[in-house]
Design a binder for this molecule. Structure first.
Ligand code: F6P
Length: 528
């Protein structure tokens, strides 16, 4: 597919491969050529190993791959999630009525607005104490969910913690490991704790197991102290959650794209409806930009193309995400699901095997902590690990001076990665010859830096939408369906089948030797 464009890219990479960023930066206008802005948000990709020719070729690939047409199809509510025959309309969750999103011939606003109003009103009433437990005001909220029903809410609630005001403490339980629920509930009072069961399907083993355990923990308070966020209204009813405490959404919202829906209730409880609406507006501003900006200035498209260059030309198998922001500590985990569950695919839309590598491994930790753990490998290891740096210009804490240190560290890392330190520079410092190779930094290691004014609800919504659309563009170029996740199913089915074997209720006969061996050891260790 688009072979001419791929081979043109390859020609550019063959040409650029020997070039060092030190040479590319001889062009003093490089920052201007390879950075773009949307309001206060800047993306600087000048420290990537591209030049004007490569950039043009990347844009040509995006055009040829039909990024604009598929984007328009998504916004028009076409069923671009073809393997599940579904629309992909999470953008409609943060839209204004005038944006005109439609599903099944009706405006999405008719579905979205009443639910949004209802769950935000619920959140504000819980915050004000107008909705309370029998025992009094809700002091704590536990969101029980996993994957997209956990990672978005937990990441956003943590990022926006300064906006909490008088809101309840919000906790998250995801793992089927009972230690998670038991550690979170320790010290909480069931009488004043609100439990949210967040599950698109309301069938996920981990969530339903934890939900049942939490219901038992709530005891007599369960009737009053539970709410559900789901598309499966029959199952929420069967579980016993009163209809007024159920906030729905729709199958055209993918789990990893659902933080904008009722799945975001824990966030709204934490920060209140005004901040939640600002979060939605931020995402909408990126949607509008993505929809209208020319490819060469379109931030999600540019981020995606840089990723294609790194993955398919440079052969980089992983990307490190480094928020220089402690409150974004869960962003790498969130983007991990967003990116890897969406583009971790091996076949194209038509089922044929992909000819090129698709989604990379995403991983990361906040800076500056990461500098003192794995940055050694990024600077001097044998593999090239591209880095996304994310930082706000202004401090999110009262320790404003410390923010200057944070900024300096963030900029220093990308500078060191790009330009390194040569053997001559090391020698000039008087280093003994034997140590010179150890102290050389090869540099020429790519990074992109994203800078915004501050981490507030609007900026966070915009940032997440930026990554969502980046994933979309890359999925389009690789030709995969970014909206299914069949790869998680086999493990789920096997786990279900293993439960009675682990419990000793059925025999392990027929299982492979390793599984049988391990089951035997576990049984021995359990003393059975
Ligand atoms: O197993 C993967 C997955 O389906 C994710 O896509 C989803 O976010 C998560 O499980 C949780 O699903 P649910 O919200 O239906 O419980």
């Amino acid at each position: 597919m688009h072979d001419d464009h791929w081979s043109s890219l390859q020609t550019h990479w063959d040409r650029l491969k020997p070039a060092h960023l030190r040479d590319l930066f001889k062009d003093e206008g490089r920052f201007g050529h390879f950075s773009r802005q949307l309001d206060d948000l800047t993306i600087d990709f000048s420290k990537e190993r591209i030049d004007a020719g490569a950039f043009e070729a990347l844009l040509g690939l995006a055009k040829a791959a039909g990024v604009e047409a598929r984007r328009d199809a998504m916004f028009a509510g076409e069923r671009i999630n073809s393997t599940e025959d579904r629309e992909v309309l999470h953008v409609a969750l943060r839209a204004e009525r005038s944006d005109g999103f439609m599903v099944d011939g009706a405006p999405t606003a008719e579905l979205v607005e009443p639910v949004l109003d209802a769950f935000l009103a619920f959140a504000d009433q819980v915050r004000s104490g107008d909705i309370a437990a029998k025992a009094g005001r809700f002091t704590d909220v536990i969101n029980i969910g996993i994957g997209g029903s956990d990672l978005g809410p937990v990441m956003v609630a943590r990022a926006l913690s300064p906006y909490r005001g008088q809101g309840p403490n919000v906790h998250f339980v995801s793992n089927v490991d009972g230690a998670h629920l038991s550690d979170v509930t320790a010290g909480l009072d069931p009488a004043t704790t609100l439990v949210l069961v967040a599950s698109k399907t309301f069938t996920t083993q981990e969530t339903m197991t934890n939900a049942a355990a939490a219901k038992a923990w709530l005891g007599a308070a369960a009737a009053q102290n539970m709410a559900a966020l789901s598309t499966n209204l029959e199952a929420t009813e069967a579980f016993g959650i009163p209809q007024v405490r159920v906030f729905g959404f729709w199958d055209w919202v993918g789990g990893r794209y659902s933080v904008w829906s009722a799945i975001g209730l824990s966030v709204a409880l934490s920060v209140g409806s005004d901040h939640f609406r600002a979060f939605l507006s931020g995402a909408r501003s990126m949607d509008q930009h993505f929809k209208t900006a020319p490819l060469a200035d379109n931030l999600p498209v540019l981020l995606a193309l840089i990723g294609i260059w790194r993955r398919n030309m440079m052969g980089c198998a992983t990307v490190a995400m480094m928020p220089y922001d402690q409150r974004l500590e869960r962003l790498p985990a969130y983007v991990q699901q967003l990116d890897m569950e969406s583009n971790g695919k091996r076949v194209a839309l038509d089922g044929s095997a992909l000819e090129r590598s698709s989604g990379p491994v995403i991983w990361g930790e906040p800076g500056t902590n990461a500098q003192h753990s794995f940055f050694q490998l990024i600077h001097q290891g044998t593999d090239i690990i591209p880095v996304d740096f994310i930082v706000s210009a202004t401090s999110g804490s009262d320790y404003v001076d410390q923010h200057e240190l944070l900024l300096a560290n963030c900029l220093a890392q990308s500078e060191a990665l790009a330009f390194g330190k040569t053997a001559d520079e090391v020698r000039a410092e008087g280093v003994t010859e034997a140590l010179v190779p150890h102290k050389v930094f090869p540099g020429n290691r790519p990074s992109t830096t994203i800078v915004q004014r501050r981490l507030d609800p609007f900026a966070l919504g915009r940032l997440i939408a930026l990554y969502e659309h980046k994933v979309f563009v890359q999925g389009t170029i690789w030709g995969v369906n970014s909206y299914d996740q069949w790869g998680v199913e086999l493990g789920k089915a096997l786990a279900q089948a293993l439960v009675p074997i682990v419990r000793g209720q059925t025999s392990p006969d027929g299982k492979d030797a390793s599984t049988q061996g391990l089951l035997g050891r576990i049984a021995e260790l359990n003393g059975s």
